[in-house]
Design a protein around this ligand. Structure first.
Ligand SMILES: Cc1cc2nc3c(=O)[nH]c(=O)nc-3n(C[C@H](O)[C@H](O)[C@H](O)COP(=O)(O)OP(=O)(O)OC[C@H]3O[C@@H](n4cnc5c(N)ncnc54)[C@H](O)[C@@H]3O)c2cc1C
Length: 83
């Protein structure tokens, strides 16, 4: 009998500014990803790499978001109350 480790790893495709990209490589306006969600397809197969990635690229993504232009084409969504 063999033991196996199975996992899903990789996250969404992102560019160098952590913007989520389409299958064609185009950045989707206003959408960034960090941590395991924004891993850009990388398989991180060693101890601590995931947490390291999440902290470092979360900070970088936050900086890019903070430095981005305001989106004037977006409007706030209405609050929905779930009972
Ligand atoms: C059992 C296990 C062991 C691991 N061991 C290691 C290890 O030894 N070393 C290593 O480097 N990596 C390890 N990892 C992987 C590592 O923990 C993750 O890759 C890393 O924590 C991902 O960070 P993250 O910030 O992307 O996501 P998370 O740490 O999952 O953080 C996401 C946060 O968002 C919150 N959230 C979700 N939805 C919402 C919402 N709608 N509104 C508000 N908040 C929300 C969640 O509650 C959570 O706090 C391990 C993972 C697991 C499951």
């Amino acid at each position: 009998m063999n033991a196996f480790i199975t996992l899903a790893d990789g996250g969404l495709a992102v560019d160098t500014q952590l913007r989520v990209t389409t299958a064609d490589g185009e950045a989707i306006p206003g959408l960034w990803a960090a941590g395991s969600t924004g891993q850009g397809g990388l398989q991180l197969l060693n101890h601590g790499l995931h947490i390291g990635w999440a902290m470092v690229f979360g900070r970088l993504a936050g900086r890019h978001v903070a430095q981005s232009q305001n989106r004037l084409d977006l409007s706030p969504t209405e609050h929905v109350t779930v009972s």
